[in-house]
Structures are given as C-alpha cells and as structure tokens.
Design a binder for this molecule. Structure first.
Ligand code: PLP
Length: 359
C-alpha cells in the first residue's frame, strides 16, 4: 500500500467548476455558471499587467507593499488589518488553517458557497451546516443556536451564493453581539459591490468595532479579475497577521498585484459597470417573476431559480439553448439553478428559454 491520504482529504467533497456551454441553435453560447463578470478588465488594467510582465523573472513583492498601500488608502483601513491571497477562497483557507484543527467546529449556512465544506474539512475541523431559513436566506437564530464551546468560526455569506439575499446590518450586529468573542465571525462579501438593499450589512463598520469579525472580499467578481486570483481580508491586526503567516509565500503574482493597483484607480468605470449589471439583474428578476417563478432577493450578480426536482431538466433545457447555468442537484429541497447575470444577449436568451420551461 502506498502513502495514505489524510482522512479529512480523502473525504472531501469535489468542487465542480462551471462548464462551458455547448453551442446553442444560434451558433453562440454563454457561460452563466461561474458568476463571472461579462466585462473585460477595467480600463488600464491589462496595460498595467502587461508592463508588470516585464518583471516575470523576479518574484513578486512578498509583502504586497504597493497593493496594500493602495487598498488601505481606498478603504481607509490600516495596512496591518489587511491580508491578501490568491482569491478570497485562498484567504479563507489560510484563515481557517490558522485557527482551526481537529475537534473544532465551523458553522455555516447551507445551501451556501460550495468551497466552505472543503475549506473546513481540510483543516480537520468539523463542518456544521445549518439549513437556510425562509426566503432562501441565513437563519441567524439557528446559526447562533448551533454555536457550541467547540465552535471556532461562523461563516456568513452575504449576498448568499447561490441563493442571492443579503443579510441585514441590524441582524448581523445582533448576531455578533450574541456570539462569544472567542468565535471568529467571517463575513464573506464576494458580491459586495452589487448590493443595492440599503438595509444590507456593512461589514466594514462591524469589523472596525469587533476584533473577532473578519471580512472577505475579492477582485474576481465586480472587478472582473477572476483569472488573476486576488482576494483579501479585513480583520483585527493579529488575525490579519495569522492569515499572512499561513499564506503561501509570494502567492499574489507580479501581474496580479499590478492589475489590482490599476483596478483600484478605475473606480468610476467599476461603478458604471456594476450599475449595468445590477440593471440587468433587475430585468432578469422581473422577467422570471412575471414568467411565474418565485425569485428570492437577488443582491449579487446572479439569480436563483428554485427548481427543486426539475433542476437538472431545466439545466439541460438552458444548455440546449446555448446557456450554461449552474445546477445544484442533491435530491434535497434546496436544489435549484444559479444563473449569472451576463451580457444583455445572454440574459435575453435566459428569459426567452425560461418562459417555455415546463412547470
Ligand atoms: C466567487 C466567490 C468568492 C471568491 O472567490 P475567489 O477565490 O476570490 O475567486 C468567495 N466567496 C464566495 C461566496 C464566492 O461566490
């Protein structure tokens, strides 16, 4: 017998990336399965990354110094409260690795982001999934009730991927007040830029007053840099330090650091694009609702179609039309489709196809 893989690794659920769509009848296809941004990188970003590529024989700046300065200024957050990784999923891995081990518990809502059970299990800790409440949103009372003396962290996903609703500021404040200080409260805000609900949580304010609250953000979604892999956390300085200590050395590449700095300087274009995506999101929600679907609050760049047992057949119908969506098929009542808000033509095709779906 060869080397034995750790049981925690052998038992990992497999993360399934979104597949490309087959060509539809019109000879085109759209990938609406990975919550990617339909726009190219922001103005000036490709040029900055290209210039940085002249330095590819050098290691990146291990301290992410220039990128940290730029982000610190943008967010008005002290530099020692920031830590970066190759995507915010990597930052979550580093954070959990720094704080969790066998015997610890990590509580999160389910259905939520598929990376959570993997990130937790890799540390040897025990995942504690708590079913979503009505409206496809986190059941904060149930999450709080699931906290035990063994709990090391609670993961909150807002807006929740894949279902869409954002948590409310007052509710999260009350939640944080009710959870012991020794428990990390991780607020994953991958879709923060798309949120329009004025009552939605403002995690930056909460982390400023609570040393156990960690905020995760990414450049993969609104900023359109999914291919470069950069995310970060905002946390109390000792927690950010622990994340840096656990992180891979030189993780964020030379072009990625340059692209982030250029992206932060292109905020106006960012807001413009986010506005267009939000307008398309509202058009999709309205169209799907008038087609008779009950669409939960959509605060990210995606909508949730609660298709239940019809999930796979709906996904097949969309694929035949040239649209790849993300089906969640497990046989439980949380099944459904997540459809990313894409370019207007793609969204048109979604609405056209949805109108004919068998109910
Ligand atoms: C997309 C996403 C992320 C970010 O992923 P990256 O690793 O930064 O690309 C994090 N959390 C959630 C819930 C997401 O949907």
């Amino acid at each position: 017998m060869g080397p034995m893989v750790r049981a925690a690794v052998a038992g990992l659920p497999v993360y399934r990336p979104g597949r490309p769509a087959p060509l539809g009848p019109g000879g085109v296809s759209y990938k609406l399965s990975s919550n990617e941004n339909p726009f190219p990188p922001l103005p000036g970003v490709i040029e900055a990354a290209e210039i940085a590529c002249a330095q590819l024989n050098r290691y990146p700046d291990m301290g992410n110094v220039a990128m940290t300065e730029a982000l610190s200024a943008k967010l008005a957050v002290a530099e020692d409260r920031l830590a970066f990784g190759t995507g915010s999923v990597a930052v979550l891995y580093h954070l959990l690795q720094a704080f969790c081990e066998r015997g610890d518990e990590v509580v999160y809502a389910w259905r939520s982001f598929e990376a959570y059970p993997i990130a937790v299990q890799l540390t040897g800790a025990t995942p504690v999934p708590v079913p979503l409440g009505p409206g496809w949103t986190h059941d904060l009372d149930a999450l709080r009730a699931a906290v035990t003396p063994a709990t090391k962290a609670v993961l909150l996903c807002t807006p929740n991927n894949p279902t869409g609703p954002a948590l409310r500021h007052d509710d999260v404040l009350a939640f944080v007040a009710a959870v012991p200080d020794r428990v990390l409260v991780v607020i994953d805000e991958a879709y923060a830029e798309f949120v329009t609900d004025p009552a939605a949580v403002r995690p930056m304010e909460i982390t400023a007053g609570h040393d156990n609250v960690v905020l995760l953000r990414t450049f993969s979604k609104a900023y359109g840099l999914a291919g470069l892999r950069v995310g970060f956390c905002v946390a109390a300085a000792p927690i950010a330090r622990a994340v840096r200590a656990a992180a891979l050395p030189f993780g964020v590449s030379v072009p990625a650091q340059a692209a982030v700095i250029a992206s932060l300087a292109a905020e106006e274009a960012l807001f413009e694009r986010v506005g267009q995506i939000v307008a398309e999101r509202e058009r999709m929600v309205a169209g799907l609702s008038s087609a008779g679907f009950d669409i939960p609050a959509a605060e990210g760049n995606f909508v949730w179609l609660a298709a239940g047992p019809r999930t796979q057949s709906y996904a097949d119908t969309f694929a035949a039309a040239g649209v790849m969506v993300r089906p969640y098929v497990s046989g439980d009542r949380w099944d459904g489709l997540r459809i990313t808000v894409g370019e207007p033509e793609a969204n048109d095709l979604v609405l056209l196809t949805a109108a004919d779906l068998e109910r």
